[in-house]
Design a protein around this ligand. Structure first.
Ligand SMILES: Cc1cc2nc3c(=O)[nH]c(=O)nc-3n(C[C@H](O)[C@H](O)[C@H](O)COP(=O)(O)O)c2cc1C
Length: 317
């Protein structure tokens, strides 16, 4: 089975991907969405979203755990042309975003609103498929529908017939938002209908959630987003379970060491006024799993000083 690290705009950038790859258990990453309108984007846009394309050290990672480039838009020709460019730059896969619920994105006919237009999904996927070499996977990520969950099979079928390599399904409609539960049972129906791998996504926070998701959906592969941020070794725990191995969960001091490394990296790349923002953002997710993360968050939530923030995290090592 494979574990995908979910694309998360503004959260899962290449720094976080690199750390997650090092922690282990994940097999495939996806960039944050790259918005496509009607023209071919310059190279620097692709390398900004996916520094893995140009960074020599990351290129090895990209072979072991490839980072697919995610495109978002509604113009099939433009998406196909950008997919071709990304693939020529070395992208090891193209993912198409048909799940984003953001109002600004949907207003411009991008993301989840296209779930009301199966013909457009078909056009985007088929033109993208034709635009890149056969050995480059073209995948799609959908929700179960836009206003409701009635269109899921029709959309899955359209994407399949258009030649997608695999389909990731966030098991909720756009209207369902992020409110639990995730409707994993719909994925079983999709699996019965199409003949490509279906990757289950949504509300997998623990090994037990994974086990239930697998049982209900029948999916081999899963995509983990917030669950992996809340418990950075969740993929390792799942892989150990699948291999029949005992697994010792990562303790808070190990997580704090990773967090400190992340903090140092972000201090190098962001302007001083943003010091600590990314650290606090990750702590927000970690709070769900580790009480210490909540204590730390409360302690530093208004802090901006490098030394104070650093010492607060280092105190847990
Ligand atoms: C802050 C945030 C940003 C996201 N950005 C993207 C994105 O750029 N592309 C995408 O396909 N999905 C995006 N998603 C959706 C996630 O990939 C995933 O489908 C969703 O969080 C459900 O999975 P989870 O319960 O494992 O988190 C985002 C979700 C969140 C919370």
């Amino acid at each position: 089975m494979r574990i995908f690290l979910a694309p998360m705009e503004g959260v899962v950038d290449h720094h976080l991907r690199n750390l997650m790859r090092r922690i282990g258990g994940i097999d495939i990453c996806v960039t944050e969405f790259v918005r496509v309108t009607d023209h071919v984007l310059p190279r620097k846009v692709f390398t900004r979203y996916s520094p893995e394309l140009v960074d020599v050290a990351s290129q090895q990672d990209n072979q072991r755990c490839p980072t697919r480039v995610q495109l978002l838009g509604s113009n099939p020709e433009a998406i196909a042309a950008n997919a071709r460019k990304a693939a020529r730059l070395g992208a090891p896969g193209i993912d198409l975003n048909f799940g984003c619920p953001a109002k600004t994105v949907n207003k411009n006919r991008g993301g989840a609103c296209l779930l009301d237009e199966p013909n457009t999904l078909y056009e985007i996927v088929s033109q993208t498929r034709r635009a890149v070499q056969k050995d480059v996977p073209v995948t799609a990520k959908i929700r179960l529908g836009y206003q409701d969950r009635s269109s899921y099979l029709e959309n899955a079928q359209a994407i399949y017939e258009a030649g997608a390599t695999e389909l990731v399904v966030h098991a909720r409609s756009k209207t369902d938002g992020y409110k639990p539960p995730a409707y994993w049972e719909y994925l079983a129906k999709i699996r019965e209908t199409i003949d490509i791998p279906v990757v289950a996504n949504g509300e997998i926070w623990s090994l037990q959630d994974y086990q239930r998701c697998k049982q209900v959906s029948g999916c081999q592969d899963v995509m983990l987003g917030r669950g992996l941020l809340a418990k950075p070794d969740l993929a390792l725990a799942i892989k150990a379970y699948e291999a029949g191995r005992q697994y010792q969960d990562m303790g808070w001091s190990q997580v704090a060491a990773i967090l400190l490394e992340f903090f140092e990296i972000t201090c190098q790349v962001y302007a001083k006024k943003y010091t600590g923002n990314r650290l606090k953002q990750w702590l927000f997710y970690l709070k769900r799993q580790y009480p210490e993360a909540n204590t730390l968050f409360e302690k530093i939530k208004r802090e901006r000083e490098y030394e104070v923030l650093r010492n607060a995290v280092a105190a847990y090592l």
